[in-house]
Design a protein around this ligand. Sequence first.
Ligand SMILES: Nc1ncnc2c1ncn2[C@@H]1O[C@H](COP(=O)(O)OP(=O)(O)OP(=O)(O)O)[C@@H](O)[C@H]1O
Ligand SMILES: [Mg+2]
Length: 267
Amino acid sequence: MVQFKDDPILPNIVELRNINQSYNNGKAQIIQDLDLLIEDKPFQGQFVALLGMSGCGKSTLLRYIAGLQRPTSGTVLIKEKPVGDDIRVNMVFQQYSSLPWMSVLDNVALGLTFKGVSRKEREAKAMEIIEWVGLKGHEKKFAQYPLLSGGQLQRVAIARSLVSNPEILLMDEPFGALDIETRQSMQDLLIDIWSKFHTTIVFVTHDINEAVYLADDIYIMKKAPSRIVEYVKVDLPLIRNIEVKKSVRFLEQVRDVEEKMLNTLQN
Ligand SMILES: Nc1ncnc2c1ncn2[C@@H]1O[C@H](COP(=O)(O)OP(=O)(O)OP(=O)(O)O)[C@@H](O)[C@H]1O
Ligand SMILES: [Mg+2]
């Protein structure tokens, strides 16, 4: 088994061991013998990016961690325990996932509905996060296009995923549909969020620049039957800003990841 951990002493926050996923009675083998260990770094969190060809199983891995799906075989542990509801894992989906018949405020407050918190407290906390993601003034609007733009709707989804202060935040190509400028400001917002909340983020993207800009650790999956075949430890300052994208170091690392991605096509 390949161990990609930085520090073997730290406990794991996410542990996928010997995962296999097949469909059609084993005729379609999507994932084979996959291992992924993400160590827990208290008071710092982790920013992990997952890259791989379309259909290799990236969203599937996130669904395992969120407890939305079980693999055909293998072990999924969150903080060394089976996936359960005692650890806060939230997900921002590939498609916009706000509820269009509810206001922005209600969408965000929904993240706390099941926690036995009063409506007043829920709304106060939701407003705090709404302000934080730059949506103050929009809270009464329905969370729908075109009342809110694509970038604003995605901020609603991010605000909802943050309101319950998750220990693990799963993000499935959250900025895929955004224009380049909005995407940059969302990336910077996410860096801010990460440095404030110290959460562990597992981020799926097809954009290598985005992965290098945001993540500390990049895992690359090969095409099906897939597993993780490459690991890149990103060597950039812990907290990044747009200037980083202009540095030679950044461009070298983008090229390195690109090469590793191309290698996976040959396997
Ligand atoms: N119920 C199912 N029956 C058969 N195949 C399935 C089923 N659910 C998922 N798959 C297959 O599992 C594979 C992995 O899907 P997944 O959504 O995880 O890919 P992905 O890496 O997230 O791709 P993308 O980058 O396009 O989002 C796909 O080939 C998909 O067709
Ligand atoms: Mg996907």
